[in-house]
Design a protein around this ligand. Structure first.
Ligand code: F6R
Length: 606
């Protein structure tokens, strides 16, 4: 979604702002712009489309200035064109904004009555005019006053022509991080835009305002109460957000799964004593062990990981568990009692529905545990306790390593609880050993990359695919279908295999690709019957099967083998071929997998 950067320093900032915006490109955008203060004036350059258009504009009309703000916009109010691109400005004030101003229509009417004329269709322009209206001689005071009238979510950064040495930022529901550099401050919506400048950061909280000058910063609440902030170290490095020789971030992230899952397991999976250590839950372990019920929530891929978590918690820890879409949970008046623990799963830690579900759960008195990747993100900060994924920054829009990271963390948590509740040490030994082998087994699956590519290329012209799995592999089927549709624009549906007979079987026709996750396990025989049903209707079966299973090769057109593991751990392996299949199908169709149409990386609006 939209990206923000603001810099105040001692050198011209426009070029650095564009570099920062490039680091935010992965989030998805459709226009971009920069504003700087030049000789007491606000100067802007904006362009529709990719950043290269903005760069061309800046080459034609360079922008000097040691203070500036920039933005990549993902359209919500108004079409993606140059006039709707941020920064929005009056003569005096320029603003970049992430989020949605819910009462913007009423504000527009009010401002028009005051004689304001609008040049864009955006909600953001109302903020610029409101600040200008309230401005007397202090930008911070004007922002504070303007925000009293605003309803909705925002992360904003504002500059004022009359105060050429000041950036003012405010946050409510949309992240902002201040980077503390040597001769400069950089404020951005995502640490990726800051790393090139510094690794020392301050995380702004909701309802806070920061006033930043070249000499320092101060933070207060919206009600002007001073807030003291700690400077923290970002754990990510610049090379983690580079392509590292790959053509796409998605490809890089698929292939780095063995390495990052080792990091995720490090210090947590104790292969010597066969136990699990989870620092993030030591203070709530007793409560977790005694939980009467667990509700897991998230969106998209994170929801699929949560569904694997539900199966794990019920099967191994014997805790009643259910999974709910965050967008449903937040509005459906859910029953949460004292014994309910809510687990929120999110890579970014900023997804608006997931954050709202978290807040809803807390308000109803639940203990909330976060399974989050981005350290310092809103969800990580608002949860009572949490376990980080530690899989490094996920830049690819299609989530891959975050899914396996989320499933790994949920597996660790389940095993920890299971052992504390009833699981024998002998079983624990087996699970710990098997989990320790997973990164190496993923490596072995990735070696089949070329043959998966061949399968993907053969079927890339088919516009309807089915993904079928049972038990632990049902969420994997959902995830496989989501990966394919979001990056290749092929329609794909994931189903529990037995459901096929209740309607979707009507779709199967000669030549339709049907992906079965048919690994050895309790329901193997059943899924083989489903394979037969598809074959007899002319469907082309692509099976993900357990190494050594020769029988399935008689039935399926194509078999992708995964190493054997304990059934509850299978999703960590079976999902890998499906990531590769989606990736290669999309590339073969000429799609840019890192910039899928209509998609943004972090969905920070409802
Ligand atoms: C799909 C994908 C999305 C995200 C979803 C939740 O590949 O990336 O479905 O999983 O938007 O995002 P997070 O995990 O950041 O809350």
């Amino acid at each position: 979604m939209c990206g923000i950067i603001g810099i105040i320093g001692t050198r011209d900032v426009a070029g650095h702002i564009v570099e920062g915006l490039k680091r935010l490109e992965y989030r998805g955008y459709d226009s971009a712009g920069v504003a700087t203060l030049v000789d007491g004036r606000i100067e802007r350059r904006r362009a529709e489309g990719k950043l290269v258009n903005l760069e061309t504009r800046l080459r034609e009309q360079p922008l000097p200035g040691v203070i500036g703000i920039g933005h990549t916009r993902w359209a919500t109010h108004g079409v993606p064109n140059e006039t709707n691109a941020h920064p929005h400005a009056t003569d005096r004030v320029a603003v970049v904004h992430n989020g949605i101003i819910e009462n913007y229509s009423a504000l527009r009417t009010y401002l028009k009555q005051k004689g304001v004329s609008f040049t864009s269709d955006t909600d953001t322009e109302t903020i610029a005019h409101l600040i200008a209206l309230h401005y007397k001689d202090n930008l911070e005071a004007a922002v504070r006053a303007a925000l009293q009238d605003v309803q909705g979510t925002y992360g904003i950064v504002a500059v004022c022509a009359k105060e050429p040495g000041t950036l003012v930022a405010a946050r409510n529901g949309s992240p902002l991080i201040i980077g503390v550099g040597r001769d400069e401050y950089v404020i951005a919506s995502d640490a990726a835009a800051i790393l090139e400048h510094t690794s020392q950061v301050i995380y702004m909280e909701d309802n806070e305002i920061a006033r930043i000058t070249a000499d320092g910063f101060r933070t207060t609440t919206l009600d002007a109460v001073p807030v003291t902030k700690d400077v923290e170290e970002v754990e990510w490095t610049l090379d983690q957000i580079e392509l590292g020789g790959h053509e796409y971030f998605m490809e890089k992230e698929i292939f780095e799964q063995p390495k990052v899952l080792e990091t995720c397991l490090r210090g947590r999976l104790d292969l010597r004593d066969h136990c699990i250590h989870l620092g993030g839950i030591v203070d709530c372990a007793r409560e977790l062990v005694r939980a009467q019920r667990v509700v897991l929530t998230g969106c998209g891929t994170a929801w699929h990981a949560a569904l694997v978590g539900e199966y794990l918690l019920e099967d191994l820890a014997r805790i009643p568990a259910e999974t709910d879409y965050a967008s449903e949970f937040r509005y459906r008046n859910p029953i949460i009692d004292a014994g309910t623990v809510v687990i929120v799963v999110s890579q970014s830690g900023e997804t608006s529905d997931t954050l709202a579900a978290l807040q809803e759960a807390k308000q109803r008195g639940a203990m909330v545990l976060g399974v989050v990747n981005v350290v310092g993100s809103s969800i990580a900060r608002e949860t009572d306790h949490g376990i980080y994924l530690h899989v490094g920054p996920e830049t690819g829009v299609a989530s891959t390593k975050a899914f396996t990271g989320q499933v790994t963390v949920l597996t660790l948590l389940t095993l920890y609880l299971a052992r504390r509740r009833h699981m024998s040490q002998r079983s624990m030994n087996n699970y710990v050993t098997a989990l320790g082998r997973i990164p190496g087994q993923i490596d072995a699956i990735l070696e089949q990359n070329a043959s998966v590519r061949t399968i993907a290329e053969r079927y890339m012209d088919q516009n309807n695919w089915l993904y079928l799995g049972r038990g632990y592999n049902y969420p994997v089927a959902l995830e496989g279908a989501l990966k394919l549709k979001e990056i290749s624009y092929i329609h794909a549906e994931g189903l529990p295999a037995a459901e096929m007979k209740h309607g979707p079987i009507a779709l199967i026709h000669e030549g339709m690709p049907v992906v079965f996750i048919a690994t050895k396990g309790t329901q193997y025989g059943k899924i083989i019957s489903n394979v037969e049903e598809v074959r007899s209707r002319g469907g082309h079966v692509i099976a993900v099967a357990t190494e050594g299973d020769r029988d399935i090769a008689e039935l399926a057109e194509h078999v992708i083998y995964v190493p054997d593991t304990l059934e509850p751990l299978q999703p960590l392996l079976t999902t890998i071929p499906l990531q590769l299949l989606a990736f290669h199908a999309a590339v073969a169709r000429g799609c840019n997998v890192d910039k899928p149409r209509n998609l943004a990386k972090s969905v920070t609006v409802e």
